[in-house]
Design a protein. Structure first.
Length: 615
């Protein structure tokens, strides 16, 4: 796991949609969220961490700031259908700005803080953004030249006290709204009444792993329907989560975390935003979250740390520690242990698993993983720890959830069943097709690419390859475009191999290569910190970076061979090259959502790849 001058004048159609009976009636995000926010206790808080300091916002102040900021934007000229971009780290003010924009019937344009300047310019120009909101001086200093070159932008607002001339102040915009509401107290209510379920809520520009980012147009009801259907799959009751702490670390610029944040508001949870992952262990202990959304990479790092922790023990204690982790590898949530197995599990839970839960703050009941597939090993491991860990499937174009697990729909390797009101079918070439109220309106200003992915009767072509079992569980194989064929004629799903390689505690990143070649090879970035710990214990500490070190290569070779044992003959990685530094967003090798740009990586390391295939 994603600009219109008026919401009533869309530049591209999507064909006729087949009428269907829906459980959830079309509604707007504002109707859904206003009702939820009004029910929060006045003393409830939303917290955000920035530069190691936590700030708290009471719900009565949160509600008032949304209204004041919305009308302040109106005074600055924002009207229904106008676009307002937000370029900021996660924060309470990010959410306030977003809800304020939606309250006007205007359109939010999220921008990743990691996005390069050329992409930011394209997004702002393509969407015809009118107002640009930036978190503060640092981001503006890096992008000010880009922003000033976009002719449609009339005003730039800083969420912090501006240190640059020409920027509006967040507090100043609030004051504009307060003054206007004093003159026209019914203004905002009138604007909200004119918002329709089919009104455009946001344009989210996809990461662009293969080309120019596409502006995904999502309506109010696209997202509202997804919230309502997703709430059915939450692994606890509304009463259980109301008033509980939840942690938010994934970027709000991504529809996954943004939609889940809306769900938190509906459920009455206390949201805690963090702006970076550097201190997430301390943040877990501070927040003591009840629930959070994540991607597999964070869980892989946690699992690796837990496994490596056992290396610090000796003798019987070490053997016992790894015995309990081995039991976790056998866990199946669909068939929990019974009899002697349940007795063994209780021993493991009391002695080891309970202490692992304390790493998350000791109050964690569940998490949901998206963005990429959870490996079966990781899925078993987290659930065995006594923490519900489900996974879902979706795309930006589907608002985003298509299918997701809950406690009754957990099947290893699957992402659960389709949401209520969402239909899934598998095409003849195994591509996953989706239809429902969550499917986007289209790509902004791009009827050709819209027509390529949405059929006349409303089926969205996901570009993902998968299957459904006889019980309706969905299984994802890979991206359709990611599949490649060896010169032998065998097809390879690289993500499957890459995820197994990256499950090793000594491999940070892996890119599988092999298009029109005789065999699979890989570019591998070792997890150098863990490699040094391992080799240091054996009396050898490699140089920095140790990619050419014989001991490092032998260690990685052993990890590759472990993975190869579980692969088909044609999937096995026959050769690999170690890279000195991780692939990154800054170098253009990763998208803002940390997906690998295969074309960029293949070109950048063309010589290294060719060398692996020399006779």
């Amino acid at each position: 796991m994603q600009a219109v001058r008026s919401v009533n004048r869309m530049p591209c159609g999507t064909g006729k949609r087949r009428a269907a009976t829906m459980k959830y009636k079309p509604t707007t995000l504002i109707n859904l969220l206003d009702n939820a926010i009004s029910q929060y206790p006045a003393d409830s808080l939303i917290s955000a961490k920035k530069d190691d300091a936590w700030s708290k916002t009471a719900m009565d102040s949160f509600r008032k700031q949304i209204n004041d900021f919305a009308v302040g934007l109106y005074v600055l000229g924002v009207r229904p259908g106008d676009r307002v971009s937000i370029h900021s780290e996660n924060s309470t003010r990010w959410l306030i700005c977003d809800l304020a924009v939606l309250s006007l019937g205007a359109v939010t344009i999220p921008v990743y803080t990691t996005q390069p300047g050329n992409q930011i310019r394209y997004i702002l120009e393509n969407s015809e953004t009118k107002i640009h909101i930036v978190s503060g001086y640092q981001l503006f200093r890096n992008t000010g030249t880009v922003i000033s070159s976009v002719k449609s932008i009339k005003t730039v607002i800083s969420l912090e006290a501006p240190r640059q001339e020409g920027l509006k102040n967040y507090d100043g915009v609030l004051k504009l709204g307060q003054d206007q509401l004093g003159k026209e107290p019914g203004l905002l209510k009138d604007l909200k009444r004119n918002i329709r379920p089919e009104s455009l809520a946001t344009i989210i520009y996809t990461s662009g792993t293969t080309g120019t980012p596409k502006g995904v147009m999502l309506t109010h009801n696209n997202i509202a329907s997804n919230i309502q259907a997703s709430l059915e799959r939450v692994p606890f009751t509304m009463e259980e989560i109301r008033g509980q702490n939840v942690l938010s670390y994934l970027p709000l610029s991504h529809i996954f975390e943004r939609m889940i944040t809306y769900m938190y508001l509906v459920m009455g949870a206390r949201i805690h935003y963090i702006d970076r992952l550097d201190d997430i262990r301390e943040d877990f202990l501070h927040v003591r979250p009840f629930f959070f959304a994540t991607v597999p990479r964070l869980l892989e790092k946690i699992q690796t740390g837990i496994k490596l922790k056992g290396q610090e023990f000796k003798g019987l204690r070490k053997h016992f520690y790894y015995w309990t982790l081995k039991q976790a590898g056998k866990y199946d949530p669909e068939n929990p242990p019974s009899g002697i197995g349940a007795f063994i599990y209780r021993i493991a839970d009391k002695t080891v698993y309970s202490s692992i839960r304390e790493l998350f703050g000791g109050n964690l009941r569940g998490m949901i993983s998206g963005g990429a597939a959870l490996s079966p090993d990781l899925f078993r491991f987290i659930n065995a720890m006594g923490v519900y860990c489900g996974q879902g499937y979706g795309l930006t174009e589907t608002s985003p959830v298509v299918a997701v697990q809950n406690r009754e729909l957990m099947r290893i390797g699957s992402c659960g069943k389709a949401l209520t009101d969402v239909k899934i079918k598998i095409a003849g070439d195994n591509e996953i097709l989706v239809r429902g109220p969550n499917v986007m309106k289209g790509y902004y200003g791009d009827p050709i690419r819209t027509g390529e992915v949405i059929t006349e009767d409303g089926w969205f072509k996901t570009g993902d390859v998968g299957r459904m079992d006889s019980d309706g569980y969905l299984f994802i194989t890979d991206r359709k475009k990611a599949l490649f064929k060896l010169s032998t004629g065998k097809y390879i799903a690289p993500q499957h191999v890459e995820s197994q390689l990256e499950s090793s505690g000594y491999i940070e990143q892996a890119v599988v290569i092999g298009y029109q070649k005789k065999f699979c090879s890989a570019l591998i970035v070792p997890a150098y910190a863990n490699v040094r710990k391992r080799l240091g214990r054996e009396g050898h500490v490699p140089d920095e970076p140790p990619n050419d070190d014989r001991d490092v290569r032998e260690l990685i070779q052993a990890e590759v061979e472990k993975v190869n044992k579980n692969l088909s003959p044609w999937e096995k990685v026959k050769k690999f090259t170690l890279l000195e530094r991780p692939l990154s967003i800054e170098s253009g090798e990763l998208t803002p959502t940390l997906k690998i740009k295969k074309a960029v990586v293949s070109e950048k390391y063309r010589k290294e790849i060719e060398a692996m295939y020399e006779e």
